[in-house]
Design a protein around this ligand. Structure first.
Ligand code: BGC
Length: 253
């Protein structure tokens, strides 16, 4: 059984990585963070990730690597690009990272990775039925978990709410951009999660992304039918989930 892996979480704003203890579900190095290169161009992001991996030293050649990314990822190909360069659309991203890093990796959607981490070590652990994890950050990401199994690439951040792409109004970046207070942002979240509930009837909603550390400021303002809780791993869930999937792939090989 693989006990350690590197997880790297590429976001619209920052790229974060760490070495993960796969038994404990914990970071065993400091979390390294660099800003996402301006424009989010493939070659710049790949170079930044390669540099980050090198920075982990010897351990990087000893453990598997998982990378998660803010787009639909189908069989290693990035199919969308909401908050990064449009050049990612249709790119064989997994292969490009493998060439740059000179090894096999796992490459998945960022919210899906976070969902996997929360099933294994967090708020979705042991929860049957439909769990929907949403990450509220630069965009809104989603992971659909049915009886603990991931249904990948759900993209519920792009539901249409009141004629708008939901993430443009309800992501945490919208709150920052428009200088909203918790109350006004929560009104938008209320509409968003009511739409999610109307369409999917989840048993549990998990709120992830950096802002989930302020859950006490906005979750009590929401009146929803399903239970809604913050992610246990907050902003580290992507790193943990990407590492977990890399460990699984190594064990299956
Ligand atoms: C992307 C998703 C991603 C989410 C969070 C959205 O804009 O379409 O693929 O999971 O942002 O990063």
């Amino acid at each position: 059984m693989t006990t350690r892996a590197i997880g790297i979480d590429i976001g619209g704003t920052g790229i974060k990585g760490a070495v993960v203890d796969l038994d404990a579900g914990e970071l065993i190095t400091d979390r390294v963070k660099v800003p996402t290169p301006k424009g989010g161009e493939p070659e710049d992001i790949i170079a930044a990730v390669s540099q980050m991996v090198e920075g982990f030293g010897d351990v990087a050649s000893e453990v598997p690597i998982g990378v998660c990314f803010p787009a639909v990822v189908l069989h290693g190909v990035t199919m969308s690009a909401a908050n990064v360069s449009k050049k990612w659309i249709g790119l064989k991203a997994e292969q490009l990272f493998e060439t740059a890093l000179q090894r096999d990796i796992v490459f998945v959607n960022d919210a899906d990775a976070a969902g996997v981490a929360e099933v294994r070590w967090g708020a979705a652990k042991g929860r049957d039925g439909l769990v929907i994890l949403t990450t509220l950050g630069t965009g809104i990401g989603s992971a659909l978990l049915w009886n603990g199994q991931l249904v990948p690439n759900s993209e519920l951040g792009h539901l249409e709410v009141d004629g708008h792409d939901a993430e443009k109004k309800a992501a945490y970046s919208a709150m920052e951009r428009e200088d909203l207070d918790w109350k006004h942002w929560a009104k938008r979240l209320q509409k968003y999660y009511d739409t999610v509930d109307a369409l999917f009837s989840p048993d549990l909603i998990i709120v992830g992304g950096g802002v989930s550390k302020h859950a006490d400021d906005f979750l009590p303002l929401l009146k929803l039918r399903p239970e809604i809780v913050p992610a246990v791993h907050l902003n580290n869930a992507g790193i943990l989930g990407a590492a977990a999937l890399a460990g699984d792939k190594a064990d299956a090989a």
